[in-house]
Unconditional design. Structure first.
Length: 144
């Protein structure tokens, strides 16, 4: 039988065509027809959508695996967050990545858009990490 085989451990989660699934025991499944799904670390819980890049990812995730009712709203949210990020960033590479994500999402290729969105999360994390590193000189409270 053709299809995609997936092995999941007890406690793993999966979203399949809008339905959340929690595996109580280890399981091996085979999807025999086309389905929109995410599992494991691909799934971002809503409480983790705490930054502009993560809001983009979460909206694209919902557009990909959400119910038909959720998809249109999620695509509008993703478009808003991508547009806002593009306007606020000074990074040319971030704008290019965001343009790729928007193009993929607009074409209905939400899984590809999610893969691209993971790149913008890494970019954002790197920029935030650089911004929190203290300069080598004294800070204001140490300056005389």
């Amino acid at each position: 039988m053709a299809g995609l085989g997936i092995r999941l451990e007890a406690g793993d989660r999966m979203i399949l065509n809008g339905a959340g699934i929690h595996f109580l025991t280890a399981a091996q499944i085979r999807l025999t027809n086309r389905a929109n799904f995410l599992f494991g670390r691909q799934i971002m819980p809503p409480e983790e959508a705490t930054s502009p890049a993560r809001l983009i990812y979460y909206a694209l995730q919902t557009a990909y695996v959400g119910t038909p009712e959720e998809k249109m709203t999620a695509l509008a949210e993703a478009t808003y967050h991508i547009t806002t990020f593009m306007q606020e960033t000074t990074s040319v590479s971030a704008r290019l990545i965001l343009s790729e994500a928007m193009k993929a999402a607009s074409g209905g290729n939400f899984y590809q858009a999610l893969k691209i969105a993971r790149r913008i999360i890494r970019h954002e994390d790197a920029v935030i990490g650089q911004a929190t590193v203290a300069p080598d000189g004294p800070n204001e409270s140490e300056a005389g």
